[in-house]
Ligand binder design. Structure first.
Ligand code: RFL
Ligand code: PHB
Length: 394
């Protein structure tokens, strides 16, 4: 098989890249190791920034998002038993975010790909990338007992944190920056009405909590838990009781509980790979960086990486220039580090860091109290949360 771009991974990065390339008239094949149902079964992100919304529109898959997504113009921060609203719209001159699940984004992209008859190989085993330091890279994989080879011009590594692309980059050419947090998030999805019409981020002495949602009838809640906890230890009842303990009395009273549809624990990590380009192989999305989910930035960053990569390929094929390709890593990393900083900071002030002594909690309360009473403090939170403009700092 021969294509222009071999994309590894059919998560949101790979699928969105495929769609943008298709719009630009560039051929691509996606090779994914899981089945479509497995990919759709991963419950992850919920909040889209305007930049990601615009990109999904540009890719021609924004229709359902606009009809079913929930536009939010603010969110609450709860600490010291009191809720404070961050008025995103007012603080940013009119910007908002969209609550629309990653599962739905993925489904819309998959449907568009199928409708356009674009090739995706699911359940590809032993995917390997070759010769990306030459002008003739290739990808091999096993399926139905046969080894297949895809010859291509470029490889796009959209294969997430545990993928094969970053792992195949020469160790001498790569630098990795990593911080692993001493706790995880236990998430629960339920068909119950959300406790509040906007999200509530909670700093509580028992640990962080987040009240999020997918629709007027579907809620997504998270609890900070020790890394050693197993999901089996958490019955639905235990989850709901613990969540109530971390909420203010009004929210605790209003909370509607019900059976979970999904429950899982995710570790929290800040991670960046430099560079994001190795010859003719490029990393995009979680393959190149991870943010802790507190700032809701992971999927949004993946979308901007992919935008930059799609434009770089379009320039290469249409304008015969390698400038975009040469600039890809540096351009992405600027934006990535800004989002890393915000996600790390938001995580640091909202979680319980037991090991750091009682003074840490007191300092957090003082910082939060300061921010809530400072126009510039509130603005800083708001402008980062809605996402910095694509040309920020240029
Ligand atoms: P993905 O989604 O991990 O997809 C990678 C795909 O590559 C496949 N793959 C391979 N395929 C072939 N060969 C191999 N060797 C392969 N190895 C892996 C995998 O099967 C998979 O299908 O990465 P991608 O596409 O870069 O997308 C990134 C996002 O998934 C991620 O950043 C977000 O989910 C992060 N995130 C959030 N981001 C937001 O913008 N807003 C949020 O509100 C938000 N909330 C979250 C989150 C992530 C969370 N978890 C579980 C860490 C909440 C949580 C709890
Ligand atoms: C979610 O709805 O899954 C979600 C929302 C906001 C975050 C993280 C996750 O910061």
């Amino acid at each position: 098989m021969r294509t222009q771009i071999a994309i590894i991974g059919a998560g949101p990065s790979g699928l969105l890249l495929g769609q943008l390339l298709h719009k630009a008239g560039i051929d691509a094949i996606i090779v994914e190791r899981q089945s479509p149902d497995y990919v759709l079964g991963r419950i992850r992100a919920g909040v889209l920034e305007q930049v990601a919304i615009d990109l999904l529109d540009e890719a021609g898959v924004g229709q359902r998002m606009h009809s079913e997504g929930l536009v939010h113009s603010g969110f609450d921060m709860l600490f010291n038993n009191k809720r404070h609203r961050i008025d995103l719209e007012k603080l940013t001159g009119g910007k908002k975010v969209m609550v629309y699940g990653q599962t739905e984004v993925t489904r819309d992209l998959m449907d568009a790909r199928t409708a356009a008859g674009l090739p995706t190989v699911y359940e590809a085993a032993n995917v390997q990338v070759h010769d990306f330091d030459t002008k003739a890279p290739s990808v091999t994989y096993e399926k139905d007992g046969l080894t297949h080879t895809v010859q291509c011009d470029f490889i796009a590594g959209c294969d997430g944190f545990h993928g094969v692309c970053r792992a195949s980059a020469p160790r001498s050419a790569i630098k990795e920056y990593e911080k692993v947090y001493p706790f995880g998030w236990l998430g629960l999805l339920s068909d119950t009405p959300p406790v509040h019409h906007e999200l509530i981020y909670v700093n509580h002495p028992r640990g962080f909590a987040l009240c999020s949602q997918r629709s007027a009838t579907r809620s997504r809640y998270y609890l900070q838990v020790p890394l050693t906890d197993k999901v089996e230890q958490w019955s639905d009842d235990t989850f709901w009781s613990e969540l109530k303990l971390r909420l203010d009395p009004e929210a605790a009273e209003k909370l509607v509980t019900g059976p979970s549809i999904e429950k899982s624990i995710a570790p929290l990590r800040s991670f960046v790979t430099e560079p994001l380009r190795f010859g003719r192989m490029f990393l995009a999305g979680d393959a190149g960086h991870i943010v802790p989910p507190t700032g809701a930035k992971g999927l949004n960053l993946a979308a901007t990486d992919v935008k930059y990569l799609a434009s770089a390929f379009a320039e290469f094929y249409q304008d015969n220039t390698e400038a975009g390709i040469d600039n890809y890593s540096e351009r992405c990393l600027k934006r990535i580090w800004r989002a890393e900083r915000f996600s790390w900071w938001f995580t640091s002030i909202m979680h319980n860091f037991d090991g750091e002594g009682a003074i840490n909690g007191k300092l957090q309360q003082a910082e939060l109290d300061y921010l809530m009473h400072s126009e510039s403090g509130l603005r800083t939170i708001a402008e980062n949360y809605v996402g910095l403009p694509l040309n920020f700092g240029e």
